[in-house]
Design a protein around this ligand. Structure first.
Ligand code: GLY
Length: 299
């Protein structure tokens, strides 16, 4: 039997790990446990960057992105720009299980969710509406993403189950005040999440545009396939984000990565602005850890 492990992004990842880790220890599959953990974060209105209570886009709509991936078979599903549905990761799983497709977007994703029995829901809370009104940008089309440390905090959950299988989930309301129609890394397989039992699992959080630019999660998994440890692979991805920023003449955005290997080793790294904490369930305990920060000058 494999010793289960689960990791999840940010301090609120603890909510996910506290839900997923006991399930893994009871024999629940990696994907089921990761989904239960992600759903607990989606349901928590205090988390204003995921699911219910997420900060809205530039026109005041909460627009959700999510994906799931099963490391046994590379089965995956995703939704982007999903409105008025409370559990986007569950809908992504239905896309994986019930359709021949990987990604459904916008009105089509919502139609599919309703057909699948998900109820329509308001995702606003009094607090999220007030936060949106307080911080709303003046310009209709901002020229730079409003990527502060507190407005793009995806929850990514990576799990290893007792049978030695990997599963992962990534879910977010995305960059606060994003343009309507903007899609980040989180619903894009290979960018916000990638999971393959034969190499490892990786997930991302932070400014999605910078993660997409380097295909972050796929890059990390392929580094592990080539023999790098999860920690080395995450650090390489951060260095690539940094190098890309240098080439573009900008300061690196806030980006962080997590990785988990099929034998239960984990890694985490972030760019300097990110100050990235994550939650870990392993060896009978749950703890919060801080990722290694790497600036553009690092060798
Ligand atoms: N990483 C989440 C986003 O950029 O939307």
């Amino acid at each position: 039997m494999t010793e289960p492990v689960v990791i999840a992004t940010w301090p609120f990842g603890k909510i996910a790990v506290e839900t997923a880790y006991p399930l893994l220890n009871q024999g629940t599959s990696a994907l089921d446990a990761a989904l239960a953990g992600a759903k607990a974060v989606e349901d928590d209105p205090r988390v204003d960057s995921v699911g219910f209570g997420g900060i809205a886009n530039s026109i005041g709509t909460v627009s959700l992105d999510a994906c799931v991936m099963d490391g046994r078979t590379l089965a995956c599903g995703a939704v982007a720009g999903l409105e008025n549905i409370r559990h986007p990761a569950d809908v992504a799983r239905k896309v994986m299980e019930k359709t021949p497709h990987v990604l459904l977007v916008g009105e089509g994703a919502r139609w599919f969710a309703l057909q699948s029995g998900f109820p329509l829901a308001s995702l606003h809370t009094p607090e999220s509406v007030a936060a949106w009104a307080r911080r709303q940008p003046k310009e209709a089309i901002p020229t730079v993403p409003r990527g502060g440390p507190d407005n793009h905090d995806t929850v990514t959950v990576l799990a290893l189950d007792q049978k030695g299988h990997l599963g992962g989930v990534c879910t977010t309301s995305g960059l606060a005040f994003k343009l309507p129609g903007r899609v980040g890394d989180s619903p894009l397989i290979g960018h916000g999440l990638y999971v393959d039992d034969t190499a490892g699992a990786a997930g991302a959080t932070g400014v999605g545009e910078e993660i997409i630019r380097i295909a972050g999660s796929f890059y990390i998994v392929e580094q592990m396939r080539a023999g790098k440890s999860p920690q080395e692979a995450c650090e390489l991805a951060v260095k690539r984000v940094n190098a890309t920023a240098v080439r573009r003449g900008v300061h690196p955005a806030s980006v962080a990565f997590l990785a988990l290997s099929p034998d239960g080793r984990f890694g985490a790294a972030c760019t300097i602005p990110a100050k990235f904490q994550f939650a870990l369930g392993r060896a009978g305990k749950i703890e919060m850890l801080t990722a290694k920060s790497i600036g553009p000058e690092a060798p």
